[in-house]
Design a protein around this ligand. Structure first.
Ligand code: F6R
Length: 254
């Protein structure tokens, strides 16, 4: 198992750890290609990055690639992932929005769109660092339980539990789309480095499951056990179902 686990007191602390490491990476690799997730978990990372930009970090040559997108939300919809990433990542860093790549989830042919995004990622030269959150059912991106480990960017169907969890952003369940475009598990696994951020008790069982060998399709994040350079940076509540031996085996740093 090659996943390293870093446990910090609070979600803010985990975001700071990752944000500062990313800033350092960008200083050393100004043309870095960074894969970005949406949702609540990465927000403290993006705040840290914006703060580093205020202090002089130059992100003008970095390319950003979204992990996924809801299908069918009109452009500019406040819950679209493009809108989210412009508002919470690009604008605070005063970065050119053209450097943010997202799958075209408004296309008449979503499958073609998925293939095009996969090609774009392959042609980019590869993601250097992929940021991930994790769903309470262990999904990464919108790869729900059962997704094959060899999946590429594809049209996905959201499970009821994911739609319910995300309805907190929409106000009600009916407005949450049922389809999405998402990088597949094999697409995610091609990133050179992967960092997964999680906080809160409701993520504890998914985190424990993801770290428990062997990898299993029922818990998509467990595929990361096969990746050569993955970190989980999680808060104490998300780590609450890991036993000490697990933390030692995985190199936990408290
Ligand atoms: C978001 C994404 C999802 C989220 C996951 C956790 O782009 O792909 O996998 O990372 O649903 O969401 P939060 O962080 O809101 O708990």
């Amino acid at each position: 198992m090659s996943i390293s686990v870093i446990v910090r007191r609070s979600p803010n602390d985990t975001g700071t750890v990752i944000g500062l490491r990313l800033a350092q990476f960008i200083k050393e690799h100004p043309q870095a290609r960074i894969g970005v997730a949406t949702g609540s978990s990465p927000l403290p990372i993006y705040r840290t990055l914006a703060h580093e930009v205020d202090k002089g970090l130059d992100v003008s040559q970095v390319s950003w690639y979204a992990l996924d997108e809801y299908a069918g939300l009109p452009s500019g919809h406040p819950q679209s992932y493009r809108f989210f990433l412009e508002k919470n990542l690009m604008d605070p860093m005063k970065a050119n929005p053209d450097r943010l790549h997202t799958p075209d989830a408004l296309s008449q042919d979503l499958h073609k769109s998925a293939d095009r995004y996969e090609e774009l990622l392959a042609d980019s030269g590869g993601i250097d660092i992929q940021i991930l959150g994790i769903g309470i059912n262990g999904h990464i991106g919108f790869n729900e339980p059962g997704t094959p480990f060899d999946s590429l960017t594809h049209v996905g169907e959201l499970t009821e539990s994911t739609r319910l969890a995300n309805s907190r952003f929409f106000g009600n369940l009916e407005d949450v789309p049922t389809l999405c475009l998402t990088q597949g598990l094999a697409t995610i696994m091609r990133a050179k480095h992967i960092v997964l951020i999680a906080g809160g008790k409701n993520k504890a069982s998914a985190i424990a499951g993801a770290l428990l060998p062997p990898p299993k399709r029922a818990l998509p994040a467990s595929v990361l056990q096969n990746h050569p350079s993955t970190w989980f940076v999680i808060d104490e509540e998300a780590a609450s179902q890991l036993d000490q031996s697990n933390k030692e085996v995985t190199g936990s740093d408290r």
